[in-house]
Structures are given as C-alpha cells and as structure tokens.
Design a binder for this molecule. Structure first.
Ligand SMILES: Cc1ncc(C[n+]2csc(CCOP(=O)(O)OP(=O)(O)O)c2C)c(N)n1
Ligand SMILES: [Mg+2]
Length: 540
C-alpha cells in the first residue's frame, strides 16, 4: 500500500465516487491508485480550471463535496480560479494536488513545478495542508472533509508531495471514519433568540422572509414555507437561494431584485434573512430596502450585521434556527399583506425575453440550469423561475467568466454516474442546461471534448452577440461609447462544436429556438444551440 493508495481509500471512505481533473507527472501515482482501487470514476477535463468548475457544479447540484485533482504548480494554479469561485459562493470543493518531493519543498533548488501552494491557496480555502509523512494522509483527508462539510461549506486543498504518494506504507493503515457525528452543521444557540425573533415577526404588520444559499445547504425549504404560511407573508430569495421554495408557490415573490420581490421589500416592516450575505450584487450595491427590524440567521458569525444592522442575530444552521422560531412563534400574528399581495403577484418585469420564456416552457420542471456571467443570464436571476432548490446556478460572487459550461459538465457527470452503466436510460436522468454568452463560452469551450467523451446529456446554449456585451454596455453608459476590446471575432460556433463531435444548431427566432430545444432533448448526448443576436449587438 502506497501513500496514494491511502489517499484513495480515504477519499472513498468519505463517499467520493467521482474525481475531476487531469493527471501530471506529480499525480500519476494517485491516478494509478484510483485505477487499481476501481471504485472511483475520473472525469478528464482539458484544463484544470474547468475541472475545478466541474467539481463545483457537481457539489452545487448534489450537495456533496466535489473533488478536483491536478498536478503540482501550473495544474494547481490553473484550478485556482475555480477554487476562488467556490470560496466566493460557499461551495465545498476539495483540491487534491501534487507537489515536489517533501524534502525539497520551499528550497527553490531547481525542482520543476515548484511553487508555494499553501500560500497561494490559503486565502480561498477553509483548510489547506501539505502531507509531510504519508501516514498522515487519512487524518488530513478527514480534516479537510470535516472543514468542508461542517459550518459554512467552503473549499479545501490537500497538497501531496510526489515522493510520498509513491512511498510504500509497509502496513495497511486504517482510514479515518468521517461518517460519524461530525455531521452536525450548526452550533447550539440561545433559545431566547428564537423567542425574540418569533415575537418580532408576529408583531410585524408586513414581515418578509429573505432566503439565501444557506437555506439550500441546510435543506430548510419546508420550514421556510411553513413559516411563510403561518405569517401569511412573502418569501424572496437571493440568487443562491433561488428555488428553495417553488417560485410558482403562492408565498413566493421570486428573486429579491425582481419586480415582485422589490414590492415585497418596499412594503416590509420586518425582515427575516436566512443564510444570506447581502452581497453587492444582490442588494444592487447596497441600495436594497432593508427594514430596521432585521433578524438575521447565519451559520457564520461574521455575517451577522456585516452589511445591515440587525435587531436579532442568530448564529445557527438555517433549518435548526427556523425550527426553533416555528416552535416559539406566538399563535397570534398581526401580519396583513392583503393590500399588497394582488399588486405584488401581478407585477410584471420590464421587458420580456423570448429566450428565457421559451427555455422555461420547453425544459422539464426538474431540469438543472447553469448560467455564465452574461447579460442574459443576469436577467435570468429575476425572470427565470426556479421550481426546485439546486436547479438554477450562476457564479454569484467571484463571477468567473467561463464557469457555466464546465460547471454544467460537473452536474451532468454526477447524474450520469447516479444512473450508472446499467441504470436508467439517459433520458430518465435529469436534463442539464448550460447557458452562456459567446465570450464566456469561448473561454472554456475546449470542454466540448469532455462533454463528447462521456456523451453527457446536456444542452449547451450560447447567446451570441459577438461581444463582451456586459462590458460593452459599461463602456456605452459610463465612457461615452468609447468601445475598446469588447467586440469579438468569434469562430463559427457550429463548426467548432461539430469539430469536437457535438451536434449543433443555430436558432435565431423563438420558434426555431423551441424546435432546437425539442431536438436537443431527443439526444442521448450533448447538443449545442447557438442563438445569434444581431439586434442586441446593434442596440449597443
Ligand atoms: C475571468 C473573467 N474575466 C473577465 C470578466 C469580466 N466580464 C464579465 S462579463 C464579461 C463579458 C461576457 O461576455 P459574454 O459571455 O459574451 O456575455 P454578454 O455580456 O455578451 O452577454 C466580461 C469580460 C470576468 N467576470 N471574469
Ligand atoms: Mg456576448
């Protein structure tokens, strides 16, 4: 048994069944151990950045940590942007990376791939460690796993010197048990706080519930819905909280920045914010109306009162805190939204986009949509209703362009794995949609090779305005239309897809888009739809 065998056994014991990434000289021992172990699938990506994005997409959709394995030095730093995205959006992603021999570390004595990975990854991981004795491996895997899966989910990095991975352990060392009670996500909190929160909410005339990503990771949808029903009040969400309660539900007023969501905020005299960070994007650069009577629940104590002053702050897991508030809620509640409900429910968005409407109408309710940092995707936050938790994703806070397509690959890989080689037919597994602009798609388009290699069932939509439209827009409104480096000379995207072996179609109208979506859903593998948008291009 080698250090790499110990690593693989430990990962398997944590429940890892899929590893994204690519091998290099410093990690071939790990890949060989995976090959001999036989219980873990690998998904080969063509750039480690995309591998980290895929691990992130897998984690977001399954709720389980995603794993990315890279070689030392450039492999690891390629993955850095993906780890940054997972850090910004609170997603558990484990980076497994090689390193130069342990006795040569930090000496700059000519070992290729050498760089100080701990220092590079420390600011964007909850746990980072370099194995300095191969027998430490099981404990360090368990520590990394524990960091990712308790409290606020965030990435971790485990750095493995290549000599230790190849080293024989002589004995069959046991791996650490991480399935034991370290699962508890929150810490205990003062029940008086739940009582105060319950009193405040029941006294309010128009309370509103604001749900963020913390509610999704805590699986707190049922409690949230129950509280809304008891208070007869609206639920609005951040981008990360989208779908925690079906956006068609009578208590849902959708995304906080939607026309309906804004109405809820404007009329609210109390707010319960749960697992929501009040980020720059979500609050429209702090312009969001937040009532003075603010109760905030967050698993991370630093978030309480960080952006808006709070009346009551509860450091807890969202589900546990909501359960406590439900218990403490007085039977007499004063809430009365009767005048606002009809106006808010009828509120219409400013302009409708056929791309968004046709997509929502054509794909199944349980389809999973990954969007990239593009103008149309930004519109989708407010205008694309999510029906389920973990069904609509956007790189919300680090906002790495090029994230959407590889992240969708990660999710599609997870579904393919769950279906298994003899499992349900591909059509029976959930449909994955990737929705990018042309700029973002071309940034990681090499992953068409990955989608084709594993025949992942996914629809890859590219909204093509031949521009970095979002940035061109800024040049127009802030810099008197002095356009520089925002018009693009794109390849023929259909020919590009076909060169990778992925069928593709162009659709320039709502009808053509509808037909293309239907054709795509009849496929067993990936399918590209390009939507050219000359009109938008000219409008800028
Ligand atoms: C890695 C990275 N580089 C640059 C940016 C800045 N950026 C944000 S949106 C955008 C343009 C995206 O263009 P496209 O994907 O075509 O979508 P569009 O805005 O045209 O809808 C750019 C360059 C970023 N967020 N991330
Ligand atoms: Mg564009």
């Amino acid at each position: 048994m080698t250090g790499a065998d110990l690593l693989v056994k430990s990962l398997y014991a944590c429940g890892v069944r899929i590893v994204f990434g690519m091998p290099g000289s410093h990690t071939v021992a790990i890949y060989d151990a995976i090959e001999r172990h036989g219980g873990i699938h690998t998904i080969l990506t063509r750039n480690e950045q995309a591998g980290a994005f895929a691990a992130d997409g897998y984690a977001r959709v399954t709720g389980q940590p995603g794993v990315i394995c890279t070689t030392a030095g450039p492999g690891a730093t390629n993955a850095l942007t993906g780890i940054g995205e997972a850090w910004g959006d609170s997603v558990p992603v484990l980076l497994i990376t090689g390193q130069v021999n342990h006795d040569r570390l930090c000496q700059e004595c000519g070992n290729y791939h050498e760089t100080d990975l701990e220092s590079i990854f420390r600011p964007c991981t909850k746990y980072v460690g370099t194995v300095m004795d191969h027998r430490q491996t099981p404990d360090m895997v368990a520590e990394a796993w524990q960091a990712m899966t308790t409290g606020r989910p965030r990435p971790a990095a485990l750095i493995l010197p290549q000599d230790l991975m190849g080293m024989d352990c002589k004995v069959d060392l046991p791996v650490a048990d991480v399935t034991s009670p370290l699962r508890k996500r929150g810490q205990s909190f003062d029940p008086m706080l739940a009582l105060r929160a319950g009193e405040l909410l029941s006294r309010a005339q128009r309370p509103v519930l604001l749900a963020g990503g913390g509610t999704v990771w805590a699986n707190a949808g049922p409690e949230l819905r129950q509280l809304a029903a008891l208070l007869d009040c609206p639920i609005i969400t951040s981008q990360q909280g989208k779908g925690i309660v079906d956006e068609r539900d009578r208590y849902s007023l959708g995304h906080a920045r939607s026309a309906r969501g804004r109405l809820a905020q404007e009329h609210a005299d109390a707010m319960l914010a749960i697992g929501c960070r009040f980020t720059e994007v979500m609050t429209g650069f702090r312009k969001m109306h937040v009532p003075k009577q603010l109760i905030q629940i967050d698993i991370n104590p630093c978030e309480i009162g960080m952006n808006y002053p709070v009346e009551v702050g509860i450091v807890a897991d969202a589900k546990e805190a909501l359960q406590a508030i439900l218990t403490e809620l007085p039977t007499q509640v004063n809430s009365d939204w009767s005048e606002v409900w009809p106006i808010a429910r009828a509120a219409k968005r400013a302009t409708s986009e056929w791309m968004i409407d046709v997509l929502r109408a054509e794909i199944p309710d349980d389809a999973v949509v990954f969007t990239d940092a593009s103008e149309m995707a930004y519109r989708m936050h407010t205008d694309f209703p999510a029906y389920l938790p973990r069904s609509f994703f956007y790189p919300s806070n680090y906002i790495a362009l090029g994230w959407g397509f590889p992240a969708a690959i990660g999710a599609a890989s997870g579904f393919a794995l769950a279906a298994g080689p003899r499992g349900p037919k591909p059509q029976a597994s959930r449909l994955v949609v990737s929705f990018s602009g042309d700029g973002g798609f071309v940034m990681t388009c090499q992953e068409l090779a990955t989608a084709a290699r594993y025949q992942l069932r996914m629809i890859i939509i590219i909204h093509n305005d031949n521009a970095y439209g979002a940035i061109k827009h800024l040049q127009r409104i802030k810099y008197e239309s002095r356009f520089r480096d925002t018009d693009l000379n794109n390849p023929d995207l259909l020919a590009l897809a076909q060169a990778f072996g992925v069928p593709a179609r162009r659709a320039g109208t709502a009808d053509a888009f509808r037909d293309a979506l239907r054709e795509a859903q009849r496929q067993d593998g990936p399918f590209v739809i390009e939507v050219p948008d000359k009109w938008r291009y000219l409008r800028h």
